[in-house]
Design a protein around this ligand. Structure first.
Ligand SMILES: [Zn+2]
Length: 382
């Protein structure tokens, strides 16, 4: 046991017991990630709720090895290796169901860093109506999903809810076509299990990459194919080809807007002619935090921010969360999506944030569901 004077006193509670308590707290708070970061004096624990981080706890340096070691055992990782990247998963029993946890250990210069991602199977139950997008965006998306073939792309930066939307879209297609269609997915990793889909997972080491997996999967001739993400040229060209030959493809791309996505596809080697033939349906989206209903209050809006959001009416009521125990003093609880649907059009794919996204966000601000500061943060308007 290290007892150097600079060390914090040993925690009176067993680190494993404290760890279990942190897991429970993370689940109760609806956290998506739990980070264990090595610092000079111990292990700092932060959690991410609704896309933003907050400190949760810390462990003294003397307990760090035990904490990381316990997670490694849970996730089936080699607890004696401290110099390699390791990834694993385990199930956390919770009240309603089990929560799947993805564990990733990264050796850093100050010690091992641990990231836990909480995947809740419940989120795959989201329907398009649960996403929070407005009626017009939903109607356009539903229209695109009625097609027997084509490409529907969800586009946004990391943490913009693309995967949740993609699953909701797949469930929507299944609601209409049912067992009359054949559903296959290729994902990295499989985030939620859906009973009606043959889900496969990319495994680079075994050679089951996105392009190879896609070729294999297409030989099974699926009607509806979910591709977790398009991020390389081969996957892009196979996906677009498949969209032209009788398959409905649902996928995601990283990017800020339709313009970004189209530029990226061209950069990956997809020709303008192919893009014009497929006319991908692009759904740009973001997630905004919603105001806590328990503490929101009417509040004024700085004129500069009102202009950026296109709010011209004088005295339009806007709201802000003041912070209470229900929202852990953040003023926000939960998140809701804003979406801008559009078709790829040859020669007209601007690069900036879509005006439709700003308009969708403005609706939410005017309805008191979120505030202008959150929208400015998410859409980079500040
Ligand atoms: Zn509150």
């Amino acid at each position: 046991m290290k007892t150097a004077a600079s060390m914090p006193p040993p925690s009176p509670v067993d680190p494993a017991v404290r760890l279990d308590a942190l897991f429970r707290e993370a689940v109760v708070l609806g956290a998506s990630d739990l980070l264990f970061e090595p610092r000079h004096d111990g292990l700092a624990v932060r959690l991410r709720v609704d896309g933003t981080f907050r400190p949760l706890a810390s462990f003294p340096a003397a307990d760090a090895a035990q904490v990381i070691g316990r997670v490694k055992v849970l996730a089936g990782l080699a607890s004696y290796r401290h110099d390699v990247v390791q990834e694993g998963r385990f199930d956390l029993p919770t009240d309603d169901a089990s929560t799947e946890v993805r564990a990733s250990v990264l050796p850093t210069v100050s010690g091992e860093k641990l990231t836990l991602r909480f995947l809740r199977s419940g989120r795959s139950d989201y329907s398009l109506a649960d996403l929070g997008i407005n009626d017009a965006a939903r109607a356009a998306l539903e229209g695109a999903l009625r097609a027997r073939f084509g490409l529907v792309l969800f586009v946004g930066p990391a943490g913009s809810g693309k995967t949740t939307s993609q699953y909701a879209a797949l469930r929507h297609v299944h609601t209409h076509r049912g067992s009359d269609a054949h559903y296959v997915s290729i994902e990295d990793p499989v985030e939620y299990r859906l009973p009606f889909v043959s889900q496969t997972e990319v495994n680079e080491e075994a050679g089951y990459t996105f392009p190879r997996g896609l070729r294999a999967v297409l030989r099974h001739n699926p009607d509806v194919l979910l591709i977790g993400e398009i991020r390389d040229g081969e996957t892009a060209s196979i996906a677009l080809e498949a969209a032209l030959t009788g398959h409905l493809i649902l996928s995601t791309m990283h990017g800020a807007s339709r313009g970004d996505c189209v530029a990226r596809l061209e950069h990956l080697g997809v020709s303008k002619r192919t893009l014009a033939a497929v006319e991908p349906f692009v759904f740009s989206q973001r997630l905004v935090r919603t105001l806590c209903k328990h503490c929101r209050e009417k509040a004024g809006l700085p004129p500069a921010l009102a202009r950026k959001l296109g709010i011209r009416r004088v005295g339009v009521a806007t709201w802000r969360g003041t912070g209470c125990s229900e929202c852990k003093a953040t003023g926000y609880r939960g998140r809701s999506a804003i979406g801008a649907p559009s078709r790829f059009v040859v020669g007209r794919n601007g690069h900036s944030t879509e005006p439709a996204l700003i308009a969708a966000a403005r609706e939410k601000v005017e309805a008191g569901l979120t505030d202008a500061f959150e929208v400015a943060r998410v859409l980079d308007l500040a």
